[in-house]
Design a binder for this molecule. Sequence first.
Ligand code: GTP
Ligand code: MG
Length: 370
Amino acid sequence: PEAITVQELANRMAEKGADLVKALFKMGMMVTVNQTIDQDTAELLVTEFGHNIQRVSEADVDIDTAADVDAEDTLKPRPPVVTIMGHVDHGKTSLLDALRGTDVVRGEAGGITQHIGAYQIKTKGGDLITFLDTPGHEAFTEMRMRGANVTDIVILVVAADDGIMPQTIEAINHTKAAGVPMIVAITKSDKHEANPQKIRERLLEHEVIVEQMSGDVQDVEVSAKTGAGLDELIEKILLQAELMELKANPDRAAEATVIEAKLDKGKGPLATVLITRGTLKVGDILVVGTHSGRVRAMLDDKGRQIKAAPPSLPVEVLGIGGVPMAGDTLTVVESEARAREVAAFRQERATAKRTTTAPTSLENMFSALS
Ligand code: GTP
Ligand code: MG
């Protein structure tokens, strides 16, 4: 867009090319209609002819969330978002279930839990903690690569009776790459063959130095079976969160990250999102990925309908025009027209990308044909 031919500019202005050449001559420039002029000269000409300048850039059409920074005094504390990672069968699910059982609200409700891939607990002290239920290592990396780093803290689960395994190492590497603080939970501590000290020593080989080895990574022995160490784990999460001073502006149009999404036969597209800033409300108009929509209803992880979702709360959103992808950003916009404009722009861009990307390998070629 830096240069344009005189004729092209004339066409856009609905003027004669010869008139532009004349005007340029008066400005001291000898050019023909087929020659190019730079943007500044073009703008000068446009104003000279009494037209308005309209620069159309992507930012005018798409939403520029990065440029939209919240002022320091609008920020309020928000609950930490914690992801649990570790080797297969090391007790990830069991630990999550046990932690869920510590939720005072859920305890009272009678234990009917709905799986939405993410949930929030209220501790005995009244603090809130959001847990992301096994996004899987691939999903974690994928979301990180797409800039959707929603995790504040990683809990690395290592079974005391097994030790450091390939996926433990993978989890350590992912966590380090994401620059997220880690808390080591040495689980299955109730088992008689448990050897927590051996785990602490083996972690040294992967440059994870826990407190008991004079490092600064918090560690705790837990058992999902007996409940031992769970309160201590929660304390450590809250301590780590406090150090991080996690904050977000709750009083603005909401932004959220898609954790998972699916198409429900009855309800239509459903997306579990984590609010990153602002407060999402029923009736809000939104854009998420290439889809637009309006929040028809929101459900929390206990399956209850809620009217407003503040930062760090995971909710299931109904009313999106299609199924978004994990890692997509959901943004609330001011009007349906704006939502449709942005969604259409993104769809067009996505289609253009698909059609201009040439197949690079035989496999791609076949998948492109199918
Ligand atoms: P996901 O990958 O999320 O499915 O979890 P996971 O595979 O890491 O482990 P899961 O919680 O499914 O537990 C694996 C096995 O270990 C199950 O048979 C559990 O009952 C058992 N287990 C988990 N935690 C404990 C524990 O603290 N003590 C004992 N004794 N057994 C446990
Ligand atoms: Mg399992």
